[in-house]
Each structure stands twice: as structure tokens, then as C-alpha cells.
Design a protein around this ligand. Sequence first.
Ligand code: NAD
Length: 327
Amino acid sequence: MNRGAILVTGGAGYIGSHTCKALAANGYTPVVFDNMSGGHPWAVQWGPLEYGDCRDYEALVRVIRQYKPVAVMHFAAFIAAGESVADPGKYYGNNVGGMITLLSAMRDTGLDKIVFSSTAAIFSTDSMDPIGEDRAQSPSNPYGASKAMCEELLRGFAAAHGIRSVALRYFNAAGADPDGELGEAHEPETHLIPLILEVAAGKRQEILIFGDDYPTPDGTCIRDYIHICDLAEAHILSLGFLNGSDGAGANAFNLGNGSGFSVMEVVEAARSLTGHPVPARIVERRAGDPPVLICDARRARKTLGWRPQHPNLTTQIEHAWSWMTRA
Ligand SMILES: NC(=O)c1ccc[n+]([C@@H]2O[C@H](COP(=O)([O-])OP(=O)(O)OC[C@H]3O[C@@H](n4cnc5c(N)ncnc54)[C@H](O)[C@@H]3O)[C@@H](O)[C@H]2O)c1
């Protein structure tokens, strides 16, 4: 079954590449469009790779005319919340600039469906109450603010030009392809689970814990972890949703498992899974880190029919560990 091409910006990165694998398994041809600022050629295995930058209107229009995709999945962005505090222009320039250019190219070529990688970082709270879609947005760093602006652009382009969109607000992506073909490889790595596992694997001396004086039971930040394959599946379901009668306008879904784990708890889970010591050191809080982010994903479950297959933190760490220690 050939269901057509999907333009996947940022498809050489962590989440994009896992989603390309899921797209291929569902009969789509993923066409990766990536400037390789954070991507890897080895991660592009299920369709063509077009080198290009999302701020380059002509390149986007050329690729759209060449492959005639039926929809876009927009992963391309800079992703480090901490760095965005120190260098906001870099984040607004790429994330918002790329989105404006991409939506303009879609408008001008008649391409009218997009699934967008948004983030829990559009929210900020110190409450353990799971965050639903209707929670007021209050990004605590420029990265989150850039994504909130992208969602605003999606609403504008839906109203003015009929572009249908789904913004998926991922909480913390974790794990790796259980078949061992793909995994997380950010350079530099800023995400907690791979950093902890690098310590367990002896590639890094210690894990730094940014603050133990947050208003949480053990004082460290709490996050909701979601398996990369469950994220990929939500993208496939979103395509179906956009093609249906309810898919008009700008839509948004929060994606997470509804359980929060503190940094200390994740370190402990990795220690017990790997059987290795993981030395940890408490340092100052990092600017831009909200204390708690826990997801209420009931809307995605009800409307998209999303059913996470790997909600368990230990399974997520196990898959990441298998990837990191592969032969
Ligand atoms: N990893 C997470 O936990 C997480 C959580 C919430 C949201 N997100 C969002 O998901 C998306 C993917 O994240 P990831 O972890 O896979 O990141 P990643 O860095 O692995 O992938 C991003 C990809 O985008 C590419 N890219 C960046 N700017 C580009 C541009 N201007 N033009 C073309 N390509 C460009 C990079 O080369 C890279 O391949 C991002 O938009 C991120 O903000 C990630």
C-alpha cells in the first residue's frame, strides 16, 4: 500500500527518525528535509534525504514540488532549553523563523496538513496536577516560548489559509527503537536519561543534578517520560485525524503517561537497571527549568485513540541502555 510521501523536517534527528520508521511501516514514504545541524545520515533509512534548511523558502518549495507530499511533519528545531536562556535569538530565529518559512511554502504550494513537534515546555508549574490542553501557557524559557509562538502561527495559518494542523506537546521523550536500529544521539547530549546512562557506561564521570531545593518531595525536578515509539505512533494517528472530518483548524494534544519521576528517581532506576554505580552531584538550579511537568493525555487517548505501549520508565531506560551499549 502506498499512502504517499510525507515531508519530514528534522527527520535525521532522534524523534523524527523513529517516526520515519513508523511512517514506512504504515505505507508512507518519509522524505527527510534536514540541515544536519543535529541530525545523522545513518538515522535516515526509510526514504530520501534532502539537505536543506527550514528557513530556506526556495529549497522547501522545490522539495515539495518534487515529491508532492500529502502532509508535513515538522520536527526541525533547536531543542536545548538551557541554551535558549543564554542565546534566545538562536532559538526564536530557527524555531519561529523556520515555522514561518515552512508554513509560507505550504500555503504557496497548496500543501494543507502539518503535524508539529510542540513541547511541555510551553507550560510551567510546581503542581503535581497533570497538565491538560486547556492549562494556560506560561513558558519558562525561550525554547518553550518559541514553540508557543509556533502554535500561534498554526492558528493564524489555519484561520487565514485553511492549513490543518496537529501540535503534539511531547513531555520528555525517552528510550530507543526496540529493534536496535535507532536511538538517541544528541551532540552535545542534554537529556537526563542518556546522560545518566553515559555515566553508567563509564563514558562520563558523574551526573549533575541541577537543584535539590524545588518544591517537590525530594527537591529535584519532576518530569513525565514517554517512549519514543509511542510518540511516533501518535504522529501516525495524527495523520489519520487530519484527514478526517474533525481535523480542520489548529488542534493540540498533550502526550505523556501521567506519571512524574524526579531526577533522583530516574538516577536510582538507572542504577538498579544497569547494575552500575552512577555518581551524582547536586549543583545550582539551571535557569529555565520548571519544577514539575506531568501530562494529562486524555484528549489524545479519546480523540486520536492513542494507547502508549511502553509507559514504564524501566522499559524506556532499558531500551536506551540497549542502544547505548550495542555492539
Ligand atoms: N527530545 C525531547 O524530549 C523533546 C520534547 C519535546 C519536544 N521536542 C521537539 O521534538 C523535535 C525533535 O526533537 P529531537 O529530540 O528529535 O531533536 P534532534 O536535535 O535530534 O532533531 C532535530 C533535527 O532538526 C534538524 N534541524 C534543526 N534546525 C533545522 C533547520 N533550520 N532546518 C532543517 N533541519 C533542522 C537537526 O539537524 C536535527 O536532525 C524538536 O522540535 C523538539 O523541540 C523534543
